[in-house]
Design a protein around this ligand. Sequence first.
Ligand SMILES: Nc1nc2c([nH]c(=O)n2[C@H]2C[C@H](O)[C@@H](COP(=O)(O)OP(=O)(O)OP(=O)(O)O)O2)c(=O)[nH]1
Length: 174
Amino acid sequence: MSTEQETNNNNNNTNKTVKFTLIFIKNSEKILLGLKKRGFGAGKWNGFGGKVEKNESILDGAIRELKEESNLTVTRSDMKYLGYVRYDLTESLQTDIVYVFIATKFSGNLAETEEMSPKWFKIDEIPYDKMWVDSKDWLPIVLRNRGLLAKYVLSGERDIQKKSVEDIDVPELV
Ligand SMILES: Nc1nc2c([nH]c(=O)n2[C@H]2C[C@H](O)[C@@H](COP(=O)(O)OP(=O)(O)OP(=O)(O)O)O2)c(=O)[nH]1
């Protein structure tokens, strides 16, 4: 089954799927994270990303959100897709799919934006306790440049009811 087929296969009685992007910029020692300043996930460190817009590809959405949130530009060929994290939200019957990318090359001047305050972290000083609780399950897979397939069932205020996190061969973005 292709990624697209699988991510569109709402077999848990969900009725709406929302696509998000998330990119981690990395060099050999450090990773770039942003402190979310407002809205969903405010006060948490995360990679850069957001909702994919109508009539926009996932890759273009990831590039656009990175630019909006950090002022950095990554070319399409320097974006490496690693996989996705799927969240089935039992209360709202919504499924969020977060498509995860990594990049080691970028251009532009890093800047604080209305949405994010950026900071480089040493890999062994990643603030997992100040990130979404699930990040510690799967960010280590991303940091190893491996493919990622993670699924969560969340209830209430994003309480984890079920999870499955797999380290896989790097998949194609379809
Ligand atoms: N690590 C982690 N990241 C998440 C989770 N849920 C979730 O949406 N993300 C990521 C995906 C996106 O990169 C980001 C949320 O995007 P957003 O709400 O800021 O989207 P946006 O910028 O389009 O929103 P807005 O303009 O409507 O405010 O957080 C989660 O549970 N864990």
